[in-house]
Ligand binder design. Structure first.
Ligand code: GLN
Length: 446
């Protein structure tokens, strides 16, 4: 713990942490030592981890990357945090992220962007940017992230680490600050699939406090890591390998797929004609849900409050106006518009119909093959500032990740190679609750 805390201090310029819990971490480490000597340890007892600053932590600031919650100290732990505490893990602190998890570059954070350790002029991806930086720069052995449209996988790819977005409902959302509730899912980010398996083992499971949590048995994720891949059926969605994809990235992915063929896998092309609807459908649904979820930040119950409000309306409008950043405001405006009486059928309902078509595409494809493989991102980490003036360019970052959230499926991002000195990630998409297979595939490749 002390060694990692020292490293965190040495690399403050990477801006990976919003809060470092030095004192609390050392106390937890001492308690873990006692558990270890009492023979009461689990795999993570005494292992330092860090939490994305979207998970509520009792007594430690939970900002969600926003000025709105810069003064917010949660009165309880998120279920995920509680599970790590019970396992005896040590929390080093809270990790930088895009404001309310809205972004793909960590640049919407109120605390400024975290920096990519492979090139400090580049973004680490987002929204779990601080999480990916912490693992890639060895500031923490493993961390948590959340993924609404790609926020675990895209930063994992940009920073050359492993990230798993579990099946919707596999990991409790209780105490995880809501962005788009029908899409949000927490998951592990680590150096390897093997480490991600250890974290998922702790994070997964039914939680009566989350109404969308699913009561399904939890497999032993470490037990199947070395399973043989002979006969594994891999599908390559042809829509993933056309258009926007950088040719060099395509070549890295094809080379990785060839490695799986050497391990005995069979590869076939599949088609998912509705994938093109994913970005527009997602940005309607996610914005609609966020406009509703973020209505709780009213300057009254918690968070930022403007000075000297003239009346109640002034209190609401100035508190929200002063504390939300530009991207959050854009999403609230889009979402409120899409949900308004005259436009609901044209936008929100249409987007839900597109969502169904996308899910059906995955259902058809995953009836033919065991997993789908493709890129995580259309390009490698871009320079800080390169896409901030063009939101649509930023939204296109998620072109290969978003459809998976709309369908609620699990997907793993693993490091697959480099282009121009920057990491490239490969995505492996599985069937519902197929996390063990994905981790097995990631482990055999690494
Ligand atoms: N980049 C996407 C967005 O801004 C996804 C973010 C996420 O997964 N939290 O909404």
């Amino acid at each position: 713990t002390q060694a990692f805390l020292n490293r965190v201090r040495q690399h403050q310029d990477l801006n990976a942490f919003i809060t470092v819990s030095e004192e609390g971490a050392l106390q937890q480490a001492q308690a873990a030592d006692q558990r270890l000597s009492a023979g009461d340890a689990s795999a993570l007892t005494g292992i330092p981890i860090a939490q994305k600053d979207i998970f509520c932590t009792l007594g430690t600031k939970t900002s969600c990357g926003s000025k709105m919650l810069d003064n917010f100290i949660a009165p309880y732990d998120a279920t995920v945090v509680d599970k790590f505490n019970r396992a005896g893990a040590v929390m080093l602190g809270k990790l930088n992220m895009d404001e309310f998890a809205m972004g793909s570059s960590n640049e919407t954070s109120y605390y400024g962007p975290a920096r990519n350790p492979w090139n400090a002029d580049c973004v680490p991806g987002g929204s779990s940017g601080g999480s990916a930086v912490a693992v890639a720069a060895r500031l923490a052995p493993a961390v948590t992230g959340t993924d609404t449209g790609g926020s675990i996988r895209q930063p994992a790819a940009f920073c050359g680490i492993t990230g798993l977005k579990p099946t919707y409902g596999r990991v409790s959302r209780y105490g995880m600050i809501a962005y788009a509730s029908s899409l949000d899912q927490g998951g592990p980010m680590a150096r390897s699939a093997e480490d991600a398996a250890l974290l998922l083992q702790v994070m997964a499971g039914f939680d009566p406090k989350d109404s969308t949590s699913v009561d399904q048995p939890i497999p032993d994720y470490s037990a199947s890591l070395n399973d043989d891949l002979q006969g594994l059926k891999i599908g390559l969605p042809k829509e993933f390998f056309s258009g926007e994809l950088d040719g060099h990235i395509g070549a890295v992915i094809q080379a990785a797929v060839a490695e799986f063929e050497k391990l005995g896998a069979q590869v076939k092309e599949v088609s998912m004609p509705n994938l093109k609807l994913a970005i527009p459908a997602y940005y309607v649904i996610a914005s609609a849900e966020c406009s509703s979820n973020l209505s709780r930040y009213d300057g009254v119950r918690f968070g930022y409050r403007c000075e000297n409000p003239a009346d109640l309306t002034d209190l609401y409008t100035r508190s929200r106006g002063e504390a939300f950043g530009a991207e959050v405001k854009r999403r609230i405006l889009m979402g409120t518009y899409a949900l308004s009486a005259g436009y609901y059928d044209a936008y929100y309902l249409k987007a839900q119909q597109a969502r169904r078509l996308i899910s059906d595409d995955f259902k058809r494809a995953l009836a033919e093959v065991d997993v789908l493989m493709g890129p995580v991102t259309p390009d490698t980490a871009f320079r800080i500032g390169a896409k901030t003036s063009d939101p649509v360019q930023m939204y296109l970052e998620d072109i290969y990740t978003i459809a998976i959230n709309l369908a609620g499926l699990p997907a793993l991002a693993i490091p697959a190679g480099f282009v121009g000195g920057l990491p490239v990630g490969m995505q492996v998409i599985g069937n519902y609750f197929g996390e063990a297979k994905l981790l097995n595939i990631g482990h055999r490749y690494q």
